[in-house]
Design a protein around this ligand. Structure first.
Ligand SMILES: Nc1ncnc2c1ncn2[C@@H]1O[C@H](COP(=O)(O)OP(=O)(O)O)[C@@H](O)[C@H]1O
Ligand SMILES: [Mg+2]
Length: 224
């Protein structure tokens, strides 16, 4: 369960990235976070991961108030999250399998254990034959599916994906969403942001953001 309780975020004194956001996301749902560029989607996702702290209000993930977590506990929280964020590109100097193994290696798994779990993750996103490819050799959609594989090797309970379908054509975007849905059907909560209306009907619920506030509909979210 993810809960936002009157959360506001100000990066500067008079600019709110989020204002009085209250919402709750039950376990196992696939939620779209929709809104125009600048609406606060990335900020909201980063708060779930504890990357940004609320200026006021509380963010509670699996019963824990994120802003009260000590810095030392954050890596432990993040390990339970699968993050597909925009500023976390694949490492271009190593092949796909090594990229997907990385989260396991840094948490102390043996190389053989990491490799077998990374191969299973690549299977799940439909890319078993790309293990030895370099990221540059893949299409944008395939790179995003590798990022999903990397995000799920630690078997997270929650996946946060920030605009994973941006820059993809419809066919590739659908493949990325299908890959995420497989994890949702296995019980993982998925929160996916998008500024694109065309996929919203695939979610169990859509949360619309407009200028940092929750809005009622896509029309209300994009209204000037
Ligand atoms: N690190 C930051 N410092 C200052 N302002 C920021 C920062 N990150 C985001 N913002 C501002 O907060 C607002 C919401 O941004 P963001 O959460 O990135 O929206 P979205 O992901 O929906 O495009 C925007 O006005 C943006 O300029
Ligand atoms: Mg964003």
């Amino acid at each position: 369960m993810i809960e936002f309780d009157n959360v506001s975020k100000q990066y500067s004194r008079d600019a709110y990235a989020l204002r009085d956001v209250s919402l709750s996301i039950p376990d196992g749902e696939l939620i779209f976070l929709a809104g125009a560029s600048g609406a606060g989607k990335s900020t909201l996702l980063k708060m779930i991961a504890g990357i940004e702290k609320p200026s006021s209000g509380r963010v509670i993930v699996n019963g824990q108030d994120i802003s009260k977590l000590k810095a030392g506990s954050l890596p432990y929280l993040r390990r339970k999250l699968g993050l597909i964020l925009q500023d976390q590109k694949l490492l271009s100097d190593r092949h796909v399998l090594a990229n997907v193994m990385l989260p396991l290696i840094v948490t102390g798994a043996s190389a053989s254990e990491a490799e077998s779990r990374a191969r299973i993750a690549l299977d799940k996103v439909g890319l078993p034959d790309k293990a030895q490819a370099m990221p540059m050799e893949l299409s944008g959609g395939e790179q995003q599916r590798v990022a999903i594989a990397r995000a799920i090797v630690n078997r997270p309970k929650i996946i946060l994906a920030d605009e994973p379908t941006a820059f993809l054509d419809r066919d590739n975007a659908n493949k990325v969403l299908s890959a995420l849905k497989i994890f949702q059907s296995a019980g993982v909560t998925c929160v996916i942001s998008s500024h694109d209306e065309q996929f919203l009907d695939q979610a169990s619920r859509v949360i619309y953001l407009r200028h940092g506030q929750v809005a009622d509909s896509w029309q209300a979210a994009v209204a000037a």
